[in-house]
Design a binder for this molecule. Structure first.
Ligand code: BGC
Ligand code: BGC
Length: 842
């Protein structure tokens, strides 16, 4: 780790920092960022070639290089026409919008974009376009690809060599589809595990992040100084998101990281030091702010620190429209970001306006020509280093890599399976119940048992990792299938039942359960409590145990969660994180050989501290008063004796210090588990599966309030009574929320004066509900202004709601024209009388 330098005037001379002038007092904290000394060095020949090209380029051609466009919004012809420098496919975007696109389809699209960029028929310059993708746990947007465990699991393997091999296999799969650049690895150091991207980080410990980032980069790009570097099976790596993404306040994605520069460097930047020292050629700027300043607009961080002090000579790419959040910018214009040191915008629908505005700003001098030339130089430098100018087209590279044969090949799957084995962390093994004898009768239960989508997490064939079935994973294996293969071979018996049903009583149950997939802020949570609303899986574990069946829990999650109650109801408990496509890796470890002896021992060690109560949301190795349930580094092996008490405290009422009571989320950017949204009118009850839906008398569309797509606009046409209902097929007991005097609270915007009445309702079964009139609430306040509104739960009870059997925690009814937007629907304990509508118990 670096040390702080308190710089005197000598230090100013040595470091030539702009902020350091002898006529000014030195800032309170001067932090030196050591040069990374990339092993990929600038060479005179390449620089001369770039200078020559720059001399031939118009402003339009130069600015085109600075723009990266999502493939849904651009054609090869436009890439040529506007001299676009790069394209990307976002999470869940595929060539021709086809989720089942083959490798050849990918290659053909890559080839078409490349050939368009190389077309000199009208005297244009040939500058190869570069395609970037989020290959963050294997080539995860492509059907049949090998899916490796997410980084949180890789961290637990503590095996840097394995990480490098995974980088290498991923690069080969990506290369076989004609793509040359991955937005990976994420080198965040997640500190507050409520962050929805915790699983993208290797560890809460910067040291592990530092170690693994370098290995992943070497695997992806090849080792610098060897012939492997940027050979045709390699690609360009990105270290992201620069910087402090894992340190935001309360773990809010895209939030503010309020820490000193020293902490920023020593906790959150270690992966940049090592990743860039291993030669990573691109850095992605982060959405988050650092002490109130957006990283996309930070001259200090992008230019002074990253480029000048650390000496990074590759290019900085923006995140998804990330420039638009810099004060004074929007998605179509942001000279501030370029001037701060961003070299390439990541642009979506608005790319054309952004391009035109940037050209204008370059011509007027608002973006200095020297800055523009520097950005273009960096981009061309990376393209040249990566071999894009060498005349090997995406198709030729793909052929060299065995297009059609490489995705999900047995060697890569074996590697992923090894990673699964090594990533499993054994938290509990009472009476050494594990490994299980495969000759027994084993019940496999839980909704994760035979669910490859769930075991793979976010960034899997779709951005959120949702919407997949096992049929979407040809060649992959569920955890159930892995266990079944072992048991069948040994002559035992397996029964699969999600709900834990059986005919003959099993000897033991393996219950696979945990978080459903999510990505980015949609995975942010307020509390680390597992399944606060339903405790559905706890009931499953408890019911099996009540029948005298020992329980082995396999827990799938993107972060440590508070699971004391689930631990108490388990004889053994395995933290499996998000293992990916090779579920057999689980059976390899938890199942014994046919003779009962150990097949493979547990090796995984936690790289995140595991909380013992709900106050421990920001629990990290090295904290003062560090009292986790399972410390950083914990992980039993078969020879360890387990001493975990079987009566861990289950007190749920411990909120995080200083953060007040923990709300129960119902809708936060997405509808939360176990709920589902429905439109209800004369057409029936229609489930809403995306962010737009329409029925005869009501429509729903997603839009932005505080975050991308975090609000829903509801328009009731008034032609007949209609409802928007958030409901579940199971019923949930809300008595605790009534006892803590909770209110239903939401962000509301009224878009047009309502023409009649509307109500908020909760349901407790088919003919059971409690509704509260909200017409006055809608008429209060200004049109088109967001405000928080709240209704005391007691009011619904007074109106007939049975609080212990809630099937719909939120619904809106209207029979006349009503146009409103909603966001953040929650239950929150509040002081008596604080709600907009409050009621006395009757
Ligand atoms: C894209 C993702 C992207 C996200 C960010 C989604 O629509 O598919 O790749 O990360 O938006 O806002
Ligand atoms: C994410 C990035 C990702 C990009 C492209 C963004 O929303 O923050 O990690 O690389 O989208 O999909």
């Amino acid at each position: 780790m670096k040390t702080t330098l308190k710089l005197g005037s000598l230090g100013c001379l040595l470091l030539a920092l702009a902020a350091c002038r002898s006529d000014q007092p030195a800032p309170a904290e001067q932090v030196a960022w050591a040069p990374v000394n990339s092993p990929i060095r600038a060479d005179a020949k390449t620089e001369a070639r770039i200078t020559e090209l720059l001399g031939q380029m118009s402003v339009e051609q130069k600015v085109g290089q600075l723009v990266q466009v999502e493939i849904r919004y651009i054609t090869p012809a436009q890439v040529k026409q506007y001299h676009i420098g790069s394209i990307l496919n976002g999470g869940g975007t595929f060539p021709n919008n086809d989720k089942y696109a083959s490798e050849t389809d990918w290659v053909n699209v890559a080839e078409a974009f490349y050939q368009a960029s190389m077309d000199t028929s009208d005297g244009d310059l040939a500058i190869p376009v570069i395609w970037g993708t989020d290959a963050v746990h294997g080539h995860n947007n492509v059907i049949r690809a090998t899916l490796f465990p997410h980084n949180i699991g890789l961290g637990a393997t503590r095996n840097p060599e394995l990480i490098r091999a995974i980088g290498s296999a991923t690069a080969r799969e990506v290369s076989a589809t004609g793509v040359q650049w991955t937005f990976a690895p994420t080198v965040a150091t997640p500190r507050d595990d409520r962050w929805g991207r915790t699983y993208e980080g290797y560890s809460e410990d910067p040291e592990i992040v530092r170690q693994f980032a370098a290995e992943m980069v070497k695997g992806i790009q090849g080792e610098a100084g060897t012939s492997e570097l940027f050979s045709p099976s390699k690609m360009v790596a990105t270290v992201k998101h620069f910087v402090g993404d894992g340190g935001t306040y309360m773990g809010r994605d895209r939030g503010d990281t309020k820490i000193s520069e020293l902490e920023l460097r020593d906790i959150h930047a270690q992966g940049y030091f090592s990743g860039l020292s291993a030669g990573a050629q691109t850095v992605m700027a982060s959405f988050n702010s650092w002490n109130g300043e957006r990283l996309h607009g930070s001259f200090h961080m992008l230019t002074e620190v990253l480029k000048n002090q650390m000496g990074f000579d590759g290019f900085v790419v923006g995140d998804w429209n990330g420039h638009g959040f810099v004060p004074g910018c929007d998605f179509t214009s942001c000279p501030q970001a370029i001037n701060a040191g961003l070299d390439m915008f990541m642009a979506i629908q608005e790319w054309h306006d952004l391009l035109e505005n940037t050209i204008r700003q370059a011509k007027s001098g608002e973006i200095p020509m020297a800055r523009l030339d520097d950005a273009v130089r960096r981009i061309l430098r990376v393209k040249m280093r990566a071999g894009l100018f060498d005349g090997v087209s995406p198709k030729q590279r793909a052929v060299l890599n065995g297009v059609g044969d490489v995705l999900g090949n047995p060697e890569h799957r074996a590697l992923a399976r090894q990673a699964v084995r090594e990533s499993l962390v054994l938290l509990k093994n009472q009476d050494q119940i594990l490994p299980l004898n495969p000759k027994q009768h084993i019940l496999m239960a839980g909704d994760g048992a035979d669910n490859i989508g769930k075991q793979s997490g976010g960034w899997t064939l779709s951005w959120q990792g949702t919407g997949n079935t096992n049929a979407d994973f040809p060649g992959a294996t569920s955890i159930y299938a892995g266990v079944k293969a072992v048991v069948d071979a040994a002559g035992g018996k397996v029964t699969l039942s999600e709900e834990g049903k059986f005919d003959d009583k099993p000897d033991v149950a393996i219950v696979v359960f945990g978080e459903n997939p999510y990505a980015e802020w949609q995975g942010d949570i307020n509390s680390l409590e597992y399944q606060p609303a339903t405790r559905k899986d706890l009931q499953l574990l408890a019911s099996l145990r009540a029948q005298g069946i020992p329980v082995v829990s396999v827990f799938l999650s993107g972060r440590p969660l508070w699971v004391n109650a689930e631990l108490n109801q388990s004889n053994a408990f395995v933290a499996a994180f998000l293992p990916g496509s090779e579920g057999q890796g689980v059976a390899d470890v938890i199942m014994a050989k046919a003779d009962g002896s150990i097949n493979v021992d547990f090796k995984g060690k936690l790289t995140f501290s595991w909380p013992k109560d709900l106050s421990q949301v920001m629990l990290n190795k090295g904290d003062k008063n560090y009292q986790p349930l399972f410390p950083y580094g914990f992980g039993l092996s078969y020879s360890d004796k387990d001493t975990l008490p079987s009566n861990l405290p289950e007190d749920r009422n411990l909120a995080a210090p200083g953060q007040g009571p923990v709300p129960l989320g119902i809708f936060e950017s997405r509808v939360l588990d176990p709920w589902q949204i429905y439109l209800v009118d004369s057409e029936g009850k229609k489930p809403v599966t995306t962010n737009t839906a329409e029925s005869s008398a009501v429509s729903l569309t997603g839009h932005d309030y505080l975050l991308q797509d975090d609000a829903r606009r509801l328009i009731f046409s008034g032609t007949e009574p209609a409802s928007v209902v958030i409901a579940s097929d199971i019923s949930v007991d809300f008595s605790g929320f009534l006892a803590s005097k909770s209110s239903l609270i939401l962000d509301l915007r009224v878009n047009a004066a309502p023409e009649g009445a509307a109500a908020i309702r909760l349901d407790c079964g088919d003919a059971c509900s409690g509704a509260v009139d909200m017409t006055t609430l809608l008429k209060q306040g200004e049109l088109n202004q967001w405000r928080k509104v709240s209704v005391d739960l007691q009011c619904f009870v007074n109106a007939g709601l049975k609080i212990d059997a809630i099937t719909a925690p939120f619904a809106i009814d209207a029979a006349s024209k009503v146009d409103i937007s909603l966001a953040n629907v929650q239950l929150l304990p509040m002081s008596a009388g604080d709600a907009n509508i409050s009621c006395q118990p009757q």
